[in-house]
Design a protein around this ligand. Sequence first.
Ligand SMILES: C[S@@+](CC[C@H](N)C(=O)[O-])C[C@H]1O[C@@H](n2cnc3c(N)ncnc32)[C@H](O)[C@@H]1O
Length: 209
Amino acid sequence: MPIPDPPNLYKRFFIDKQDERVELFRKVAVRFDVKRALYPGSFVHISPSFVIPSVVYVDTDRRTPKFFQDELLAPYIESRKEYAEAPEIGFHHQSYDDPIDEPLGSFDLLISQYAGFISTACSKYLRIGGLLLANDSHGDASMAVLDSDFELVAAVTRRGERFSIKETDLDQYLQPANPVEFTQESLRDRGRGIRYTKPAFAYLFRRIR
Ligand SMILES: C[S@@+](CC[C@H](N)C(=O)[O-])C[C@H]1O[C@@H](n2cnc3c(N)ncnc32)[C@H](O)[C@@H]1O
């Protein structure tokens, strides 16, 4: 059967830019048995739904409600999904800083990609033992380093659309290049990450309490 057309915004922002990151979510989902994910600040980045059966998206962008109601969306995800279950797609058009109508402690994975300090606002929705996948573009991985509820379990490296999960020698990651103290306040003021001696594309932290 031919693959249905992708919804326009997804095509424009992710397929055409070769930035779908499907392998990122596939490798995390397979390695850590992820069935349910929360993606605050997702915009229309629906790639997690190709490999994770239940995903809830949250975004304030004015284009997102129409996108998530688009009748092309369900057949498109159905055509690309790699799991047996029927896909579950949730969407909340709101700030992730406001209460999200989802059960606390119910998600296996919290996705934080280029969208601010999701770890502090949304870790309560992650189950204990669940994972935060954060990059440091806006400083969220550094924020998680300061949070004793999280422990680093892996670094994720990227070459184009190829991703690798590193679970050994993690000490080499998240070592600041400059010996400057950073705090939650200074990270919020900067709104971007710290320079590390060996940067990774993203990091996986486990919620331990
Ligand atoms: C740079 S885009 C990143 C999109 C996607 N995460 C990705 O990796 O391609 C940032 C998105 O975060 C959303 N965003 C920023 N702050 C937000 C907030 N407080 N609540 C909900 N969405 C937010 C913006 O509307 C925008 O769609």
